[in-house]
Design a protein around this ligand. Sequence first.
Ligand code: CA
Ligand code: CA
Length: 461
Amino acid sequence: MTTAILAVAMGTLMASAPVLAQVNPVEIANGPAEKFSSRVLTTQLENPWAMVWGPDDKIWVTERTAGRVTRVDPVSGQKFPLLTIDEVFTGIQHEGLFGLALHPEFMKDTGNDYVYVAYTVNDGTAEAPAPSAKLVRYTYNATSEQLEEPQVLIEGIPAGDDHNAGRVVIGPDLKIYYSLGEQGRYRRPEGDPIRAQILPTQDQVDAKDWYAYSGKVLRLELDGSIPSDNPEIEGVKSHVFTYGHRNPQGLVFASNGILYSTEHGPASDDELNILVPGGNYGWPNVSGYVDDRAYNYPAWHEAPADLPRNSASTSQVPTTAESEFKGEVVEPIAAYFTVDDTTSICGFICSPTIAPGSAAYYVAGENGIAEWDNSILIPTLKHGVVYVQKLSEDGLSAEGLPVAWFNTQNRYRDILVAPDGVSVFVATDAFGSAAAKYGEELATGILHNPGAILLYTYQGQ
Ligand SMILES: [Ca+2]
Ligand SMILES: [Ca+2]
């Protein structure tokens, strides 16, 4: 049953033929592979997206394109499908079932056996889809081992075929944090701007019109209502906790209460952020730091209607430099990676972005992974590595460059560490484009472990 993970087994053999598939301006060190044993825990998952460790010692996982919640045994890899949500809409790209969170008192006999999931539905037709997103609470029935009694907490949230984010976590304050992307509205039709800087009006909040929730991180009561202590931003209190986001797929609380997020940048500057109430994280006016490097904001919604949206020429598109932005931007604590120019790059796979699929916080304790102590773990979609980003002691800054671990030819979507502190689970996309590890090509659609959960076990002590 045990299948070695190909790239780990072949690592030595192939090391002589590396492919330069990225233009990182810096050299990233690889963590020593011999520190971990590895195996494929399970396969044939349909784009596992979010993994959570349950109090039943099972991995609770969402399968994005199947619209399914499945439990996976962390030793045998056996799968126990719990629920397929029929109304989950999956189109050609990034729609589907995303984040999952368990109530902190889940399975503790307090009547709070709640599972929170976020997904897209289709408000249009099959021919003309009109996706929106919703957050729904299910109740776990321990007798029937089913998820039942769906309660919609919020619905009608902007969604699309790209940049939906969708991570769901419950904070130590017992609020739900739910990240929303901006649907990749770059170069979308005239008049439909990127909404990350557009804030909800009081009228919209009163009408439950969530038009402006695109490109935000929301903070909700467990019943979906607006917490009374949410930040008032430009005079309006809404679900919005932070704004100015592009596609924040990673969201995690550290044990010291700090909320970190990872976010996809455009051709450079993927971000690691610390989220603070009411913070503006800059997108689309600022990418990464306010440094006027590699990024200007082209306002395509103000471009002439007849200008082809795939036009390489942006001379007719009103464009502003980052330093011209008047808003107060919370800069990231790390950006992956900043370069001076991205125009000559061969495309997505060569750009310095790493495509962070998620984020986890790690603290080693006595017998844990010493090399990872006090770090944010960032699974990357492009390079099939987990970046381990050390933090300062107070957690408020990133220390040095990340170290890359678990190098394979896959798209790493989520990461989960078992309570033992040494078993590390990595979920992989079932399909998509990744950096080629071998051969002459830069990018490949051949993923070595599609739709899998990989298990890495620390041997380092
Ligand atoms: Ca930012
Ligand atoms: Ca910048």
